[in-house]
Design a protein around this ligand. Structure first.
Ligand code: 5AD
Ligand code: SF4
Length: 441
């Protein structure tokens, strides 16, 4: 075995885990290839947040069921943790099943695979350390993820994450800051702090820093121009985080604060640990900040027992907050979760109807809000170049896409010249999901 292929599903935590897994494999002498056909070892880093995400890996595995061409297959991530050894029964050609808490044992697991063991597992949470490795192979040369906390101690009634990622484990502030400084030294300009619930970060070293303290310190690392963080939980989101953003422009003025529902009674049954008005208080902190903080969220429609009146409260909340963007999902029943067997499941048709209405409402809000930006100048961080439109793909501190033309850098294939740089851009056009503009001469 010397070549591997990996495909990643799910959230940024998974994307970053894959960067660490790739780094570890490369350090063990493996070579990464771009197609499963070319690989001796085929890995899927999986997501199980909703049923659809979970099904994807089984579809992929199905393709190789009959003729696996002597390859070794591994299932990593959340489906691995959730399904465990049952995966060997469902897909007998799989030889490795490992959850994220076991990746530090990957080198040993590879040795077992190499020696012909066809049932290798890493499924325990006995490791109370976050997974740190010097071998991370980062995808993007300018923007880097740093995990600050893994796992989740909440128990939202719909959510499988506490089961797939285990209990919370924070990294020491010293190790996070060391990584941030190292990244700055290597030329990274943007850092994204990751965790299932970054707001419950608690430094395990005697310094005992909370999240706001860590955020401030990362924002002060020389060379780091932008710091983002995700995801926040409203219950643990404190005003000090808003104050930190107000103090330092390197901290991006964007907060993703998942609300899930605008109805306090649904929130209560979801075990979200806040009411609508407590959530709105956090929104007020942000609206009263000196900097204009962009707010985005996640919504679930059709949670068991969600009535039409509950749903209308969610629609009203969208108007009240005026989110800049949102991710919306139909409720999906997940194994082991408290809501699995709740009565009053909402029909699939009704969930689809509510999702459509919600998305249309949000689209109108985004068109309105984005049009207000026409004429303004925003700083864009260049992420790439779109050959088809001849525009540079930029991102604003508020996390909006801002594509722009540059009179002196219009040649196709010239990406390397602008990617990773910052430009002041005047917004000339606005759509629901992005802005377009011209660089200031
Ligand atoms: N069904 C639908 N959406 C879910 N999410 C989490 N669990 C479920 C589920 N069982 C959504 C939440 C969360 C986002 C990452 O995924 O909105 O914030
Ligand atoms: Fe999916 Fe959640 Fe696992 Fe991320 S942590 S991959 S969203 S189930």
């Amino acid at each position: 075995m010397n070549t591997f292929y990996i495909e990643t599903f799910g959230c940024q935590m998974n994307a970053h885990d894959s960067e660490k897994v790739i780094g570890t494999l490369l350090s063990q002498g493996y070579r990464q290839v771009g197609k499963p056909d070319e690989a001796d070892l085929v890995l899927y880093n999986t997501c199980s947040i909703r049923d659809k995400a979970e099904q994807k890996v089984f579809h992929r595995l199905q393709e190789f069921k009959r003729h696996n061409q002597g390859k070794v297959f591994g299932v990593l991530g959340c489906v691995a943790q959730q399904e465990g050894e049952r995966i060997f029964e469902r897909a007998p050609h799989v030889s490795l099943v490992a959850g994220s808490a076991s990746y530090s044992k990957l080198p040993q697991m590879l040795v077992q695979l190499e020696s012909g063991n066809r049932r290798v597992t890493g499924l325990t949470f006995d490791n109370d350390q976050a997974f740190e490795t010097p071998f991370t192979r980062r995808d993007n040369p300018h923007r880097a993820y740093i995990t600050i906390i893994e796992g989740c101690d909440k128990s939202c009634a719909y959510c499988v994450v506490p089961f797939t990622r285990g209990p919370e484990r924070s990294r020491t502030s010293e190790s996070v800051l060391h990584e941030a400084r190292e990244l700055a030294r290597m030329g990274y300009v943007e850092i994204q702090l990751l965790g299932q619930n970054v707001n419950s970060y608690r430094d395990p070293s005697p310094a005992g820093w909370d999240f706001a303290r860590l955020l401030r310190a990362v924002g002060e690392v020389d060379g780091i121009r932008r710091v983002r963080f995700t995801t926040s939980h409203p219950r643990d989101f404190v005003k000090d985080i808003v104050d930190a953003i107000d103090e330092n422009p390197a901290l991006c003025n964007h907060v993703h604060l998942p609300v899930q529902s605008g109805s306090s009674s649904v929130l209560n049954r979801m075990q979200r640990l806040y009411t609508r008005s407590e959530y709105m208080r956090r929104i007020e902190w942000m609206k009263n900040a000196r900097r204009e903080i962009s707010i985005t969220t996640d919504i679930i429609v059709g949670f068991p027992g969600e009535t039409e009146a509950d749903f209308e409260q969610t629609l009203a909340l969208l108007e009240e907050v005026e989110y800049d963007s949102l991710f919306s999902f139909k409720y999906s029943r997940r194994p082991s979760t408290a809501a699995l067997d709740l009565a009053d499941q909402v029909t699939e048709e009704e969930k689809t109807r509510r999702l459509t209405i919600l998305q249309e409402k949000q689209r109108a809000i985004q068109i309105r809000r984005n049009s207000d930006l026409v004429g303004q100048v925003e700083e864009a961080f260049v992420e790439g170049y779109n050959q088809a439109t001849g525009q540079w793909i930029g991102r604003t501190t508020q996390n909006r896409t801002l594509n722009f033309v540059h009179p002196h850098h219009a040649a196709p294939g010239a990406e390397a010249t602008l990617a990773g740089t910052f430009w002041n851009v005047r917004v000339t056009r606005a759509g629901p999901n992005s802005l377009a503009g011209e660089v200031l001469g």
